[in-house]
Design a protein around this ligand. Structure first.
Ligand SMILES: [Zn+2]
Ligand SMILES: [Zn+2]
Length: 361
């Protein structure tokens, strides 16, 4: 394949300053490979970074996650177009393969990487945020330490890119240690919440209940496998879940709203000895009485981050055709319309679920 010298790319220059620019097509080192990006999902975390959240830009005693002058985008699928023999072998791919790319670039040297806990890597470089350019570009370099997985070319590219949020959602399900007797509540029917529902369905607990404020998203939650949905605008979700569980409350609550009220609601809704899983990235702090966790209920509280070891299952689920991906992937834009894509994800009252950018469009 004859590669051009230059490409279009969306470059982050700081909060609220993302620009479409012309960049050189990356040149490869020894074991790097190059992909032609077919689709990149826009994530709620991209939006929080765009709006300057302390989690990404430091301040409030936090380290800085994001950097200026990096090409954005971490929910990536593309076709392998270049690589040396050793680079291709190293990554287990051939020219022409379609791959999805794990968002983290593990350092391979820290305590966590040495123990196989690569998703919590100390330096924590991520495509599209820090040290490594992401997928909002026509081409993207996958460095030696980057992790790719093959995925079918038979499905639309924006469906394939859903492997990233879905792998994260499956990890949240694993953290919940689901049991068959469980009543599981998932708060938030956005891309992660829907992925959690789809993943939980594979494990078949007693009852999967989805909460959201949007009836269309709750309908989609049902199509992903929820047994029951509650619109928290119209019904008292805590009372309803207690009623369904003989007054005890939910066994498991997975928080995927990104809003502090979703945390408080979950602590109220869980039974004693229940499990709380936190997946969201928050834009602000949550204040809550921690004695609910100790004295009142003796809860297990689990964090969940990224999707370690769940990519093959996420890919299999996407390839199976069992998910309503046409409805989950609501909007696709070209690179030129990146601002529209970001604004659409930022419109919390809007109807979009997964917004994608197709760089070849
Ligand atoms: Zn994401
Ligand atoms: Zn590391």
């Amino acid at each position: 394949m004859n590669l051009p010298a230059e490409m279009r790319a969306v470059v982050c220059h700081g909060p609220k300053d993302y620009r479409l620019e012309t960049r050189p097509v990356p040149s490869l080192g020894e074991d790097d490979i190059l992909i032609q990006v077919e689709a990149v999902g826009v994530c709620a975390s991209d939006l929080k970074c765009y709006h300057g959240a302390a989690k990404f830009w430091g301040g409030e005693g936090r380290a800085q996650w994001a950097q200026e002058n990096v090409i954005s985008g971490h929910e990536i699928t593309g076709t392998v177009v270049q690589g040396s023999e050793s680079g291709l072998n190293f990554h287990g791919v051939e020219i022409g393969d379609r791959v999805v790319v794990e968002q983290i670039v593990p350092c391979g040297e820290c305590r966590y990487c040495h123990r196989g806990e690569y998703w919590m890597c100390g330096p924590h470089d991520m495509f599209g945020f820090r040290n490594f350019d992401g997928g909002m570009a026509e081409y993207m370099l996958i460095p030696t330490r980057g992790l790719v997985h093959k995925i079918s070319k038979e499905i639309p590219a924006h469906h394939a890119a859903f492997a990233e949020p879905l792998s994260c959602a499956l990890h949240a399900v694993e953290r919940a240690k689901l049991q068959f007797e469980d009543t599981l509540v998932i708060a938030g029917a956005g891309p992660i919440g829907l992925g959690v529902i789809a993943g939980a369905r594979q494990k078949n607990p007693l009852r999967i209940i989805a909460l959201d404020m949007d009836d269309a998203k709750l309908e989609l939650a049902k199509r992903c496998g929820a047994d029951l949905t509650i619109n928290i605008r119209e019904e008292d979700a805590v009372a309803k879940v207690k009623e369904l569980t003989d007054g005890y409350g939910a066994d498991v609550y997975i928080e995927a709203t990104g809003h502090p009220s979703g945390v408080v609601q979950g602590l109220e809704m869980l039974r004693k000895l229940g499990r709380f899983v936190e997946y969201s990235v928050f834009g602000s702090e949550t204040s809550v009485d921690w004695s609910i966790i100790s004295d009142d209920k003796e809860l297990d509280v689990y964090g969940a981050h990224l999707g370690p070891h769940t990519w093959p299952a996420a890919i299999k689920l996407i390839e199976s055709g069992k998910l309503p991906l046409d409805e989950i992937c609501t909007n696709q834009f070209g690179l030129e319309q990146f601002q529209d894509a970001l604004d659409m994800v930022g419109d919390s009252a809007g109807a979009s679920v997964k917004v994608s950018i197709l760089p070849q469009k």
